[in-house]
Design a binder for this molecule. Structure first.
Ligand code: ZN
Length: 228
């Protein structure tokens, strides 16, 4: 079993009725339910509001892959917790950073760059994520592209270091493009950045998005699992 922990900021779910309607068990709860569809993945959740944000050393030591969703409360994540997660990634824990998590403290700490977007637009546009590396484990079973009828647009340039692999490239209805699936290794830890996941669209209910997340957990969690 790969032990996944889905971390949710859990703020929009409390103060936005539309988000609460789409995600009655929280975005983290929906993402964990999707991962739990795979008999080889054990998925738990943690949130910002818990003591130490639910990311104590004991919890992290029992986690093979951490999945991170944050947006409006990045600056409320305690610096000591960020350092603890950072050390655990270098030690081999996988990390999957979703959507607006590009601005999270842990992602910026690991990337060492601004991690800013060239442009963005919240207009419910169609997005096609092209699987540009068909042999990559993360895209298995997703077909040549994923189509999302409504998404927030992110556009290049994305201020991140040159990735190990570009797995998905998005094309948006308005004409912009974005590298939507990127892999990195930092120390012994495998990192995957995956763009979709704006809180007012039902992205994490989508079966193909769930397929990518399950694949990504298995890809980034392999190292720790092989040691047990
Ligand atoms: Zn968003």
């Amino acid at each position: 079993m790969i032990r996944a922990l889905v971390w949710g900021e859990n703020v929009h779910e409390q103060d936005d009725a539309e988000v609460a309607r789409l995600y009655p068990h929280g975005m983290h709860g929906c993402i964990a339910a999707g991962l739990g569809e795979d008999a080889g993945i054990q998925a738990r959740t943690a949130t910002l509001q818990e003591p130490e944000h639910g990311l104590t050393q004991d919890v992290l030591d029992a986690t093979d892959v951490l999945v991170w969703w944050g947006h409006v409360a990045h600056d409320r994540v305690d610096a000591a917790v960020v350092e603890r997660v950072h050390a655990r990634v270098l030690d081999g824990m996988g990390l999957i950073v979703l959507h607006s998590g590009h601005f999270s403290r842990i992602f910026k700490r690991l990337m060492g760059t601004a991690c800013s977007l060239g442009r963005w637009r919240e207009d419910g546009e169609r997005e096609r994520l092209w699987a540009v590396d068909p042999s990559h484990p993360i895209v298995q079973g997703v077909g040549e592209c994923i189509e999302l009828p409504q998404a927030e647009m992110y556009g290049e340039p994305f201020a991140v270091p040159k990735p190990d692999d570009v797995v998905f490239v998005s094309a948006f209805e308005g004409g912009e493009a974005f590298r939507s699936g990127l892999t990195y290794q930092r120390g012994a830890g495998r990192i995957f950045y995956f763009r979709p996941g704006h809180e007012t669209f039902p992205i994490y209910h989508d079966a193909t998005i769930r397929r990518v997340l399950k694949n990504a957990v298995k890809w980034s969690g392999w190292r720790d699992v092989s040691h047990r």
